[in-house]
Ligand binder design. Structure first.
Ligand SMILES: Nc1nc2c(ncn2[C@@H]2O[C@H](COP(=O)(O)OP(=O)(O)OP(=O)(O)O)[C@@H](O)[C@H]2O)c(=O)[nH]1
Ligand SMILES: [Mg+2]
Length: 312
């Protein structure tokens, strides 16, 4: 077993942080380490929380943390900011709010950085979830800012995707356009203390009808995170979805598809790494790029053929 995996199995927090960095940096040992960790993971509940900037995601995460800790559950929070190459920015703001939790060993908070990882941010996020799972966290929350394509990809790696909306924000249309409607397992109407809740819910229901059903009817939960309202119902619904995933035929089917998607992604990444490095290390190929009239179709075909010949 990989040294780091052994240490993580023994609940060494620094080893866990080290493993996450290794994943972010596309270390060659990555797959071996992750495979070892996979064998000791417990099956934590991976929960994604996405939504427009300022919708109240961090406040909700904060409230959920307190609620889950009161039930004796341990929680890891992964903050992902796809718009920033280094991340950090979003977390800095969150740090202030999540301060009360920093000394609690049952809580781990970390922001994800891309650092040009070839596998992309969603891949690194999934691996990070697995690492936290192997360490033994019961629940892992992934907070991501925005409702675009990168958030969509990140949400594909969690078990339960929750989308935070606020009244009178125009969020619904944006979410619908981005295709997030189809993958949402739960809608959180936060800031339910503000006017326009009923209208928002009606809109949501209409869009859900257009988007069609996937066997699971996404519930709509109202919360006021500033007043700690609706957090218990939110947790109940999140749990209900987890049960759906593990205890129903459709849930099983959904997990199977997710597994297949993951294997394809891993294979794609490995393959691409291999091709990429073989090209980068070949000065002849770099020279070919100097030709202003270089035909990209021909070159792609030729380089691929050479890579295959080279035992790729
Ligand atoms: N009225 C009201 N304000 C809220 C509620 N929840 C959060 N807020 C406020 O909304 C603002 C944004 O909250 P955050 O939790 O930082 O939102 P966020 O979605 O994490 O924001 P980003 O990470 O920047 O995208 C803060 O000023 C909160 O106090 C709520 O239920 N009602
Ligand atoms: Mg936030």
């Amino acid at each position: 077993m990989h040294k780091l995996a052994e240490r993580i199995a023994n609940r060494d927090l620094r080893a866990m942080a080290r493993a996450i960095t290794l994943v972010e940096n596309d270390d060659p040992e990555k797959l071996d380490l992750l495979s070892d960790l996979f064998s000791i993971k417990k099956q934590a509940h991976y929960i994604g929380i996405t939504g427009s900037p300022g919708a109240g995601k961090s406040s909700l995460v904060n409230r959920l943390l307190t609620h889950l800790r009161s039930q004796g559950l341990t929680v890891a929070v992964i903050a992902v900011d796809p718009t920033s190459p280094f991340s950090g920015g979003a977390l800095l703001g969150d740090r202030v709010r999540m301060n009360d939790h920093f000394t609690d060993p049952g809580i781990y908070i970390r922001s994800m950085a891309t650092r040009g990882s070839l596998g992309g941010l969603s891949r690194a996020t999934k691996d990070t979830l697995r690492i936290c799972d192997a360490y033994g966290f019961d629940v892992i929350l992934v907070e991501t800012v925005g409702v675009g394509q990168s958030e969509l990809d990140i949400m594909k790696v969690v078990d339960t995707t929750s989308v935070v909306l606020t009244p009178n924000s125009g969020d619904v249309l944006q979410i619908f356009k981005a295709g997030i409607m189809e993958i949402a397992d739960l809608f959180i109407v936060n800031k339910a203390d503000l006017p326009g809740v009923r209208k928002l819910k009606t809109q949501l229901e209409e869009f859900m009808m257009i988007s069609g059903s996937k066997g699971w009817q996404p519930p709509i939960v109202e919360t006021v995170s500033t007043e700690n309202k609706g957090i218990e119902s939110l947790w109940e619904e999140l749990n209900r979805h987890n049960q759906y995933l593990y205890e129903t035929e459709q849930g099983h089917e959904q997990r199977k598809q997710q597994l297949q998607y993951e294997i394809y992604e891993l294979m794609r990444e490995e393959l691409w790494q291999d091709i990429y490095h073989s090209i980068e290390q070949d000065p002849g190929k770099q020279n070919q790029l100097d030709d202003a009239d270089a035909d990209p179709y021909q070159l792609a075909k030729a380089w691929l053929a050479q890579w295959k010949q080279g035992g790729g």
